[in-house]
Design a protein around this ligand. Structure first.
Ligand code: FAD
Length: 387
C-alpha cells in the first residue's frame, strides 16, 4: 500500500475485533473505538456456542453453511479460547424423532458432519441426559470464551500495528460534505472529548448499528432481537445439548466453565441498553431445558442475562424466520461516502463477517490486498496485554 490509510472500527465485540485483525493484516492503520470494556456488548453475554450449523441446517441453509465453514476455520486459527467438546441433538418426543431424518439430510446438504449415535452411548457420555431420550445425533459444536475470543483477534491486530481505545464512546460522526472523515469521541475515564480523523469508518456496533448509522442520517435494516439465558450453578453436561427439532425457545444447554446455560428466547427490543428479563422467560428456560436434562430444575440458578442479537431484515419480519446470516453495507449507496456497516451474523461467523467488510473497504479505497485470516494463526489472548 503506497499510503497507509487510517480506518476507524467502532465496536470491539466479536465483529469489530475480527475486522480490526483483518484490516491490520492487509496493511491498514487501524484504530478500534469501544465505549466500554472489550466484548461488553452482545458478544460478552451470549450463549457462547461455537455453532456447527446443526441448529440452522433445516431452516436456514445459508446461515448453517457459514457456521460450519467458520467453525472449522476457527479450530485452525484460534489456539486458545475454544472448548472443542462437540454437541448432541437429542429427541425427547415422537415429533423430535420424526425430525431426525430431515435433520440428517439438512446437515448433509450443508456439509455438517452429523453422526446418529446409540442412545445408550449418549447416556454414557452425558449421564444427566433425560434417560427417556429416543435418539441422539453428534455434531462438531463447541464452546468459546467470548472475552478471549475477542482478545485473540485484537492481540493479533495490535501486533500488526492497530490501536485499541476501550472506554471511548463515539458521540458523533465527523462529516466533510457528504463524506465521513472521522469521529467525535468521549473518553469515559477522563471525561474529555476529542475528534479522531480517518479515511474511512467501519460501523461494527452489532445491535447498536442503527444508532451509529443514524449519526450520518442513514438507515441500516438491523432488528435488535433480545434473548434470555439462565445459568445453572453446576456443569451438568460436558457437550452442548440441543433439542432435535426446528429452532425454538429453551432448546440449547451450553456447558460454560462450571455452569450449564439454558437458552434462549427471542423478541424485538427498541432499547438495547435496558432489556427487561421477564420472569416467564426464565421459567420457560427451566421448563424446556429440563426436558433434555431433568437435573437443571434441581440445581440453583446462578444468574440470568439478556442481550440483543443484531438480526438483518425488515422490522416487520418474524424474528425466528429471519436468517442468521450477515450483511455489509456501503453507505455510498445512501449518499454518504467513507462509511460502511457490518452487522448480523453470529460470534461464530465473526471472521467471515470481517472478511466481507474488509473486502468492501479495500474496494472503496482502491487497495489490492487479499484476505489472509483463514490461514494466519491468531496470537494467544494473553498477548493482548503484552503487544
Ligand atoms: C441471546 C443470544 C444468544 C446468542 N448466542 C450465540 C451463540 O451461542 N453463539 C454465537 O456464535 N452467537 C450467538 N449470538 C449472536 C452473537 O452474540 C452476536 O451475533 C454477536 O455477539 C454480535 O457481535 P458484534 O460485535 O456485532 O456486536 P456486539 O458484541 O454488541 O459489539 C458491538 C460493540 O459496539 C459497542 N458500541 C456501541 N455503541 C458504541 C459507540 N457509540 N461508541 C463505541 N462503541 C460502541 C458496544 O459497546 C459493543 O461492545 C447470540 C445472541 C443472543 C442475543
Amino acid at each position: 500500500m503506497a499510503r497507509k490509510f487510517h480506518v476507524i472500527v467502532i465496536g470491539a465485540g466479536s465483529t469489530g475485533s475480527a475486522t480490526a485483525h483483518d484490516l491490520a493484516l492487509r496493511g491498514f492503520d487501524v484504530t478500534v473505538i469501544e465505549r466500554g470494556e472489550i466484548a461488553s456488548g452482545t458478544t460478552g453475554r451470549n450463549h457462547c456456542l461455537l455453532h456447527s450449523g446443526g441448529r440452522y441446517a433445516v431452516t436456514d441453509h445459508e446461515g448453517a453453511v457459514e457456521c460450519i465453514d467458520e467453525n472449522l476455520t476457527l479450530r485452525h486459527i484460534m489456539r486458545d479460547g475454544l472448548e472443542l467438546n462437540d454437541g448432541l441433538f437429542v429427541a425427547v418426543d415422537e415429533s423430535d424423532l420424526e425430525f431426525k431424518n430431515t435433520f440428517l439430510e439438512g446437515c448433509a446438504q450443508c456439509g455438517i458432519p452429523a453422526r446418529d449415535i446409540p442412545v445408550k452411548r449418549a447416556l454414557e457420555i452425558e449421564p444427566y441426559l433425560n434417560p427417556k431420550i429416543l435418539a441422539a445425533v453428534q455434531v462438531p459444536d463447541g464452546v468459546f470464551d467470548p472475552y478471549r475470543f475477542c482478545l485473540s483477534f485484537l492481540a493479533t491486530a495490535k501486533k500488526n500495528g492497530a490501536t485499541v481505545l476501550p472506554y471511548h464512546e463515539v458521540t458523533a460522526l465527523r462529516m466533510n460534505g457528504n463524506a465521513v472523515d472521522g469521529v467525535r469521541v468521549k473518553d469515559h475515564r477522563t471525561g474529555r472529548e476529542r475528534e479522531i480523523g480517518a479515511d474511512l469508518v467501519v460501523n461494527a456496533t452489532g445491535p447498536w448499528a442503527g444508532k451509529i448509522a443514524a449519526m450520518a442520517n442513514v438507515d441500516v435494516p438491523v432488528i435488535p432481537t433480545a434473548g434470555v439465558m439462565v445459568s445453572i450453578n453446576k456443569r451438568l453436561n460436558q457437550m452442548v445439548v440441543n433439542r432435535l427439532n426446528k429452532p425454538h425457545d429453551g432448546d440449547i444447554v451450553v456447558p460454560q466453565r462450571l455452569t450449564s446455560i439454558i437458552g434462549t428466547t427471542s423478541w424485538k427490543v427498541d432499547d438495547m441498553d435496558a432489556i427487561p428479563i421477564p420472569k416467564e422467560h426464565v421459567d420457560k428456560m427451566i421448563a424446556f431445558g429440563e426436558k433434555m436434562i431433568p437435573a437443571l430444575r434441581h440445581n440453583a440458578i446462578r444468574g440470568v442475562m439478556a442481550v440483543a442479537r443484531p438480526l438483518i431484515g425488515k422490522k416487520s419480519a418474524d424474528e425466528r424466520e429471519v436468517s442468521r446470516t450477515f450483511a455489509g453495507f456501503d453507505h455510498a449507496h445512501d449518499g454518504v461516502e467513507n462509511f460502511v456497516t457490518i452487522s448480523g451474523g453470529k460470534t461464530t461467523t465473526a471472521r467471515g463477517m470481517a472478511e466481507k467488510i474488509s473486502d468492501i473497504v479495500c474496494a472503496k479505497l482502491g487497495v489490492v490486498a487479499p484476505c489472509r485470516t483463514r490461514e494466519v494463526v491468531l496470537e494467544s489472548y494473553r498477548n493482548y496485554y503484552n503487544n
